[in-house]
Design a protein around this ligand. Structure first.
Ligand SMILES: C[S@@+](CC[C@H](N)C(=O)[O-])C[C@H]1O[C@@H](n2cnc3c(N)ncnc32)[C@H](O)[C@@H]1O
Length: 368
C-alpha cells in the first residue's frame, strides 16, 4: 500500500534527489530542493531508506526555476531544470566536498570554487538518440520506454539541427549519435567551453613541469596535445584504436600514442625504464624540480581506477598527478588510497553538464 507523507527537504544528494527524513529514515524525492516542504508518495521502502515521488510543493524554495524543456520530469536526461543555475552550482560543489569528507575521509578537503558553464543550456556538442517504431528520442526517466523528442534544449543548435534532419528521414530502428562538430567518432568531452577550462586549468597547474608526461585514458589526445609543447616527451594510452589513430595523425615528434589497456601499458613503460629513470633522477637530486619530472594525467570512465592501476601508481608514483573524474564517489574512493603517497593539493568541480546531476571534478596530487 502506498502512503503519502509530508516532508522537509534537507539536502539534494549526488544523483539529484532531494533528501528528507521520515522517523529517522532517509527518503529520496526527485525534483525537490533543499529547504522545501513537500508531500510525497512512498513508492519503494527499504530497511535503510525509502524512495518517494513528489505530490505537491507546499513551501517552494526561492531557488525554484521554470524548466526550459517541455519533456523535463519525464525524460531521463535532466534532473535539475527546476533549480536556479546558481543553486545547481552550490549543490554540485557541496556534493563533491561531501564525497571527499565521507568517502576519501579528508577532514578539510582542499576545495576550489566550482567552474560554471558559460552556457547553462545549449551546451551539449553531442546527443545519442534512439529510434524505434517511428519514435525518435530519449528513454523516459521511470520506465524503459522511448519518448518522442523534437528538440533537446541542453544540446547545441547544430546537434538539434542534426536531430531535426534525422527525424525527417524516419530512420530505421537503432541508436544515433548526433554531433555538433565533425571529426573522428571517438570519445570527446561534451561541453566545449568547460573542456577548454579544464585543459587550461591543467596547463596552469603543470606549468613548471617539463619532463615525461603520461596521459592515461587519453582518447584522441585532448589533454596531451595541448601540453605536448611544454613537455620533453608525451605518452598517451587508450584502448580505443580509432582514438589512438586520430591522436597519431597530427602528433609532434615528442608525442607517442599507444593502443592498449592502461595498467598493462603503464607497467610496460615502467619495465622499459621510462619511469625508473625519472624516479632515479628524482631520488638522486631530491629537489622538487626533478621530482616533478614525470607527470601523470588520468581521465578514467565513471568506474574510476582499477585496483591494479591504483597499486601501479603507488608503486611508481609520478611527481605530479592530475585526476579528471566524471564520478565524485569513485574519485573519492581512489583518492582515499592514493593519499598514502600523495598530498591532495586541490579538488576543483567543473560544471560540464548543467541541468543534469552529473559532475566533473579535477584533483591535483603531489607525491611526498
Ligand atoms: C573519459 S574518456 C577520456 C578521454 C580523453 N581524456 C579526452 O579528454 O578526450 C575515457 C577514455 O578511457 C578509455 N578507456 C577506458 N578504460 C580503459 C582502459 N582500461 N584502458 C585503456 N583505455 C581505457 C576510453 O576508450 C576513453 O577514450
Amino acid at each position: 500500500m502506498t502512503r503519502t507523507i509530508e516532508l522537509k527537504i534537507e539536502d539534494v544528494a549526488f544523483g539529484g534527489k532531494g533528501v528528507a527524513r521520515d522517523a529517522g529514515k532517509a527518503v529520496f524525492i526527485p525534483f525537490t530542493i533543499d529547504g522545501e516542504r513537500v508531500s510525497a508518495r512512498i513508492v519503494r521502502e527499504k530497511k535503510q531508506f525509502a524512495e518517494a515521488e513528489l505530490v505537491e510543493v507546499f513551501e517552494p524554495s526561492p531557488e525554484r526555476a521554470r524548466p526550459e524543456c517541455p519533456y523535463f520530469g519525464r525524460c531521463g536526461g535532466c534532473s535539475y531544470q527546476h533549480i536556479s543555475y546558481s543553486h545547481q552550482l552550490e549543490l554540485k560543489a557541496r556534493q563533491v566536498e561531501q564525497a571527499m569528507r565521507r568517502i576519501a575521509k579528508m577532514p578539510e578537503p582542499p576545495m576550489r570554487p566550482i567552474v560554471p558553464s558559460p552556457l547553462p543550456y545549449g551546451y551539449r556538442n553531442r546527443i545519442t538518440v534512439h529510434a524505434q517504431d517511428d519514435v525518435v528520442g530519449f528513454y523516459r526517466r521511470d520506465v524503459h520506454e522511448l519518448m518522442d523528442i523534437a528538440q533537446c534544449p541542453i544540446a547545441m543548435p547544430e546537434a538539434n539541427a542534426a536531430l531535426a534532419q534525422l527525424r525527417a528521414t524516419r530512420p530505421r530502428d537503432g541508436h544515433y549519435s548526433l554531433r555538433a562538430h565533425s571529426g573522428p567518432r571517438v570519445f570527446a568531452q561534451t561541453n566545449d567551453a568547460i573542456a577548454d577550462a579544464i585543459a587550461d586549468f591543467i596547463a596552469t597547474v603543470l606549468a613548471g613541469n617539463n619532463g615525461l608526461l603520461i596521459d592515461a585514458f587519453c582518447g584522441a589526445g585532448f589533454f596531451s596535445k595541448r601540453l605536448a609543447p611544454q613537455f620533453e616527451r608525451v605518452i598517451g594510452i587508450d584502448w580505443d584504436r580509432f582514438a589512438i589513430d586520430a591522436a597519431r595523425k597530427d602528433a609532434r615528434p615528442n608525442e607517442t600514442y599507444i593502443a592498449g589497456e592502461v595498467t598493462v601499458e603503464l607497467a610496460k613503460a615502467s619495465r622499459s625504464g621510462d619511469l625508473q629513470i625519472a624516479d632515479q633522477q628524482n631520488r638522486r637530486s631530491g629537489d622538487r624540480r626533478s621530482l616533478d619530472e614525470w607527470t601523470l594525467i588520468v581521465d578514467p570512465p565513471a568506474t574510476g581506477l582499477s585496483t591494479e592501476m591504483r597499486h601501479a601508481i603507488l608503486d611508481s608514483p609520478p611527481g605530479n598527478m592530475i585526476y579528471v573524474s566524471c564520478n565524485p564517489p569513485t574519485l573519492a574512493r581512489d583518492l582515499a588510497e592514493l593519499q598514502a603517497r600523495f598530498e591532495i593539493v586541490s579538488v576543483t568541480p567543473f560544471d560540464m553538464f548543467p541541468q543534469t546531476a552529473e559532475i566533473e571534478a579535477v584533483a591535483h596530487l603531489k607525491c611526498f
